[in-house]
Design a protein around this ligand. Sequence first.
Ligand SMILES: [Zn+2]
Ligand SMILES: [Zn+2]
Length: 157
Amino acid sequence: MPTHSAVYTCVGSVSSGKTQSSLYFASLPLNGLDIDSGAFDLSDWDQHLSCFHLPPPAAKTAVQTLPVVVISPEQAGLKCPVCLLDFEEQETVREMPGKHPFHSGCILPWLRKANSCLLCRLWLPTDNPEYEEFKKDNDKRKQREHRLEYLHVAMYT
Ligand SMILES: [Zn+2]
Ligand SMILES: [Zn+2]
């Protein structure tokens, strides 16, 4: 596959080769139980920026189906993370993963360049198969770490 070779050499260490993948993750410092802090994900992702340069944009379908919600009295006064203007009651906004409201005019241009919520970094699906592989692998690894964490807790408490 000549067109994909560059991507596969890079991502392959994570998504395909099982041995390589476990070696790769074994070499990461498992600093205790802080893995779920979120910071881990980012640094992990940084190591793959050299593969993707930038996260791919969110899939068009995901953007189109982003829930449209109306700002409730409780949400009024919250700030849009992009333009920092307060939301007003009854205003129609887009809801990102993690129930975070954004103005359509603020989040839609962002999602043409990226796929994560600016606040909680939850990801929307993308159209990029390699990136989806990476995410899947990342999820699998997380599950494994959850099990390790459970074992750790079971052994030492
Ligand atoms: Zn805004
Ligand atoms: Zn969010």
